[in-house]
Ligand binder design. Structure first.
Ligand SMILES: [Zn+2]
Length: 74
């Protein structure tokens, strides 16, 4: 049984399954697009990563913050 080939992570936002090493890159894609993504990780915990800007001052990089919250455990 090849554990490394399993796709145990799921992006609920995209309705796609991802390898646990690939989910980080996928999450970065959402971050680059300043989207909210909901991801269930290998341990069954679902997080909502909110990469949307806090306010209108999106031109100032230092104001950018990443909010992340756990929403539940399966
Ligand atoms: Zn996604």
């Amino acid at each position: 049984m090849k554990v490394t080939n399993q796709k145990n992570c799921r992006c609920i936002t995209c309705k796609k399954n991802f390898h646990y090493l690939g989910i980080a890159r996928h999450r970065a894609m959402h971050r680059d697009k300043k989207e909210v993504c909901e991801i269930t990780y290998t341990d069954g915990v679902t997080y909502i990563h909110d990469f949307t800007p806090e306010d209108e001052n999106t031109d100032i990089p230092n104001t950018k913050s990443v909010r992340c919250k756990m929403v539940g455990q399966v």
